[in-house]
Design a protein around this ligand. Sequence first.
Ligand code: NAD
Length: 319
Amino acid sequence: MKTAIVTGVAGFIGSSLAERLLKNKFKVVGIDNFTKYYPKKIKLNNIKSFRKNENFSLLTKDILNSDLRGVFNKADFLFHLAAQPGVRASWGKDFVNYSKNNIHATQKLLEYAKNTKSLKKIILASSSSVYGIQDGKMNESKTNTEPVSPYGVSKLAVEHLAKAYVKNFNLPIVMLRYFTVYGPRQRPDMAFMKFIMKSLRKKPITVYGNGNQKRSFTYIDDIIDATISSINVSKNGEIINVGGGKINSIKKNIEILSNLLEYEIKIIHEDFPNGDVNRTEADTTKAKKLIGFKPKISIKDGLEFQYEFVKKNKGLYNF
Ligand SMILES: NC(=O)c1ccc[n+]([C@@H]2O[C@H](COP(=O)([O-])OP(=O)(O)OC[C@H]3O[C@@H](n4cnc5c(N)ncnc54)[C@H](O)[C@@H]3O)[C@@H](O)[C@H]2O)c1
């Protein structure tokens, strides 16, 4: 049985990944310090379905001030998803959380990895936000990386750190640039979660700009497929976009949600916040080639699955 470390295991993507790894007969050591970015009860709910699984152990620890050498010495794979996410909150005094939980925490893990012989692959979660404002499809080698938010800068710094460890120590790292992930357990600061919760309570939602902004929205199960398949990438230091099939506007998705909710969602428009980008579109040619990535879930189905999840767990989210 292979052992995988999943950092950020109580978060949206980390918990979904751990659940699937356990189904696929991995032993999972999950690490999370339950940062206060959103409520602990949501994170505890994320891990509820597998917390008692005999192949799962939870280390409630901060990567930054814990000694994790013992854990690393027994692991075959590291999936590093722990981070301080969120574009808008990355301005101002809270940037310290981004530099600590993204840059410093990753550097600490890379140092462990450098001194561990058992690790066969290290998968790092990066983000489409490293691209910044770009026209057309975002391609890993052809598109410039010019992040326009401190969050994006911190994720790009993580990529550069990882590249330095590949170059100097040949660490078996793969970096995945996730594009806006959605579905059950989505973080409560993310748009679809806010839209659904507010609309269920018949409150108006806030849309930045005119709602024509487009994204490669990516369903959580497709992200998990790609993340697990990445353990088979042979070259060290690959960077791979993981983004949903068709780009979609916020406006269109609100229409889909209105139909699901059988309620005309009320919208308040606000100015576009600093650091947000108007458009992301993933070129997934490389993902297809290297990890056989083919997103399976349409935005219509994915939003329905998320809506069903929120209805069941309405009490967890206070909007
Ligand atoms: N959700 C998206 O759309 C998206 C898009 C692009 C990239 N990403 C990346 O994917 C990863 C997961 O994102 P998510 O949406 O699941 O976020 P999340 O906030 O739900 O999960 C991150 C988890 O990491 C934990 N954590 C943070 N700092 C830690 C530390 N120092 N020690 C231990 N645990 C710590 C938090 O408590 C949290 O539970 C992140 O690296 C994020 O940057 C996410």
